[in-house]
Ligand binder design. Structure first.
Ligand code: NAP
Length: 310
């Protein structure tokens, strides 16, 4: 029996995850097929129920369902509970377990760029969606003492702060309105800037004008396509102080592979597939549009134009 792993989201066709996971299955001889399930929220419960079938190893969950699937799980891991978001579902017998491997992925990126360098543990995070929750959770557990969230819609940033109320009680976590003067003042006091918004996928687009970026800032952009966003170009004062989203994508995917298969992930194979996808577009995978439209096959035009998700 060929096992199945699915990506559940809306839209799904431009994700790099499927090709990366299928390449890993193929390289290790795991008899599994990665499918893309485009599901609207109204069809979500049915899709999750289907995962209980014996042929499923599990699933990835992406925009906009990472928070919606939380109450549908039988158990949540600590990271999923802390973030209130699930990006990977794995099975324990008949039970569905919700994980958040975006936290693991972001920790790897943070570790690589900042490590244990001595500096004030202060960060500015742009965005308040699912990815921002993973970032904030990782920063809190890394010992950051002050984290300021800016988001286009302030109320969403405030909700995020409320969500972390208890785990952030020992430190300063706050939401601030997205005004240039407020941003500039806050950036002058910080060492780490994380872009967890979708702003930067289009050429030249950036969440922050170059002149607002102080020198010596560590900048992590979660966007992985393009690999060097305008924000990172503007911030590149020294080569090792900026990082795109690819390492996070790779590491969250490696952890997911291990959860589904019980095998160590073939990192080199997965990285090679990401390189290939960036160059030539995403691999065609079976697409199931659910009730949204007729079945078809994903196009191969790459992710930047139509949006991307892990
Ligand atoms: P999400 O839940 O849909 O949140 C999107 C965020 O972007 C929100 O904060 C939203 O602000 C903001 N935003 C979108 N369009 C904007 C605009 N025109 N102007 C200002 N703000 C805008 O998505 P998500 O899952 O958090 O993902 C956010 C980003 O992280 C995406 O680019 C995604 O590709 C990336 N990501 C990367 C990885 C990785 O492994 N590298 C993993 C997960 C996500 P509002 O709340 O005001 O709408």
């Amino acid at each position: 029996m060929t096992n199945r792993v699915v990506l559940i989201g809306h839209p799904v066709a431009h994700s790099f995850s499927g090709g990366m996971q299928q390449a890993a299955f193929d390289a290790l001889g795991v008899d599994a097929r990665y499918e893309l399930w485009d599901r609207r929220q109204i069809d979500l419960a049915e899709a999750i129920a289907e995962l209980r079938g014996d042929d499923f190893l599990g699933a990835n969950v992406t925009i906009p369902h990472k928070e919606h699937v939380v109450p549908m799980m039988d158990r949540l891991t600590e990271d999923a509970q802390a973030t209130g978001a699930v990006n990977v579902i794995a099975r324990e017998g008949k039970k569905l377990v919700g994980h958040n491997t975006d936290v693991t992925g972001f920790k790897a990126a943070l570790d690589k760029i900042v490590g244990r360098q001595k500096m004030p543990r202060h960060a500015v995070v742009l965005g308040a969606g699912g990815a921002s929750r993973a970032v904030v959770s990782a920063l809190i557990s890394d010992g950051f003492q002050r984290i300021v969230i800016f988001n286009r819609h302030l109320h969403r940033a405030e909700a995020l702060v409320r969500h972390f109320n208890r785990s952030a009680s020992h430190m300063d976590l706050r939401a601030m309105p997205w005004h240039e003067s407020v941003l500039e003042a806050e950036l002058s006091k910080t060492k780490v800037l994380v872009n967890a918004t979708a702003l930067g996928m289009a050429p030249g687009e950036t969440p922050i004008p170059a002149e607002l970026l102080p020198p010596d800032l560590f900048v992590i952009d979660l966007i992985y396509n393009p690999p060097l966003t305008q924000l990172l170009k503007d911030a590149t004062s020294a080569r090792d102080t900026v990082m795109g989203g690819e390492l996070m994508l790779l590491q969250q995917g490696a952890r997911a592979f291990e959860l589904w298969t019980g095998k160590p992930a073939p990192i080199d194979v997965m990285q090679a597939e990401l390189d290939r996808a960036r160059e030539h577009g995403v691999r065609p995978l079976p697409v199931d549009m659910g009730s949204a439209a007729a079945p078809g096959v994903a196009d191969t035009t790459g992710g930047a134009a139509a949006g991307q998700s892990a």
